[in-house]
Design a protein around this ligand. Sequence first.
Ligand code: ADP
Ligand code: MG
Length: 371
Amino acid sequence: MTKLRVGLLFGGRSGEHEVSISSARAIASALSADQNTAKYEILPFYIQKDGRWLAGDTPQQVLKSGTPQQLPDSTTPSTHSESSVAKTQTLSRWQSPSQVAEVDVWFPILHGPNGEDGTIQGLLTLMQVPFVGSGVLGSALGMDKIVMKTVFAQAGLPQVKYKALNRGQIWSNPCVFPKLCDEIEATLGYPCFVKPANLGSSVGIAKVRSRQELEAALDNAASYDRKIIVEAGVVARELECAVLGNDSPKASVVGEITYNAEFYDYETKYTEGKADLLIPAPVPEAVTRQIQEMALQAFAAVDAAGLARVDFFYVEATGEVFINEINTFPGFTATSMYPLLWAHSGVSFAELVDKLIQLALERHSAFPTRE
Ligand SMILES: Nc1ncnc2c1ncn2[C@@H]1O[C@H](COP(=O)(O)OP(=O)(O)O)[C@@H](O)[C@H]1O
Ligand SMILES: [Mg+2]
């Protein structure tokens, strides 16, 4: 049997570069395990932090060591200006390694901007080769918290109150900014959460309790993104549900994240032992069912495909459930919530990656020129 060549695309230009490497290592080993060895051949492609794609030995080394690499840029002509601007421009230019042509199906294991946001999906669609996960629209809608919320509202999914802002308003003249803060205080109150609209991993997010903190958080969030969202804070348990499939997706068991911190911030997310995953979540059966249903509605609302993890706030005191966000390429390490939720739902890690590739092929064969 000829093996299907799977292009593992990992690393990338987002703040989640390291997480992507961990996810890729786990997926690579699952593709070499059990029944997958006979079916798939792995062709790894590593995207350096500067955006350059590498094939061949370097991606293999990164997969083996688990640490990022940055090859010196051989394309920078030494006669050019040595200014950092000139150098950065040369480094970030995208080139396609020749091995790209050998790939039968892509597995873009990239989290956050420039990977989970429709950019890579657009490129892969133009290549006319199947790929795992959502297409351009689903990925883009799942990345931008403001547009995502607009779509969820349209689908009738309950959410916390929020206000969308742009950098121009935050960095506007001193007459406008105080009015903006007054409005946030009047409509959302404290504590509220200030977030850049297009990041991930809690980067740039702040929980604020006073005018002073609000002003500082808005200014900080505006340094990360043109678009900023402020949300009313809720005291809630955090529940997550995994979705798998294309047109008839299935929802997994529900999991809970517990931690000892102000909120699920970057440090809590990525420091070993700071958060615990409870699977299945110890919540009433009706809450589980409601979350599974809402997860499937959210998946359909943003036009996701293949996989997604949908995150919720469960306010135990009132029984309310609010959708927080959908992640169209959730963390995929051996200890990540997404594969663990499926493991508890009867789908092993190796079966999961196999299924995702089959879903990519199925989607592509239905509409080969449009993902
Ligand atoms: N409105 C809110 N109320 C309470 N906690 C929140 C709220 N929004 C965010 N948080 C906390 O911040 C964390 C990160 O926010 P989230 O919107 O999920 O950003 P990211 O996309 O970076 O994961 C959440 O997991 C939660 O702990
Ligand atoms: Mg989140």
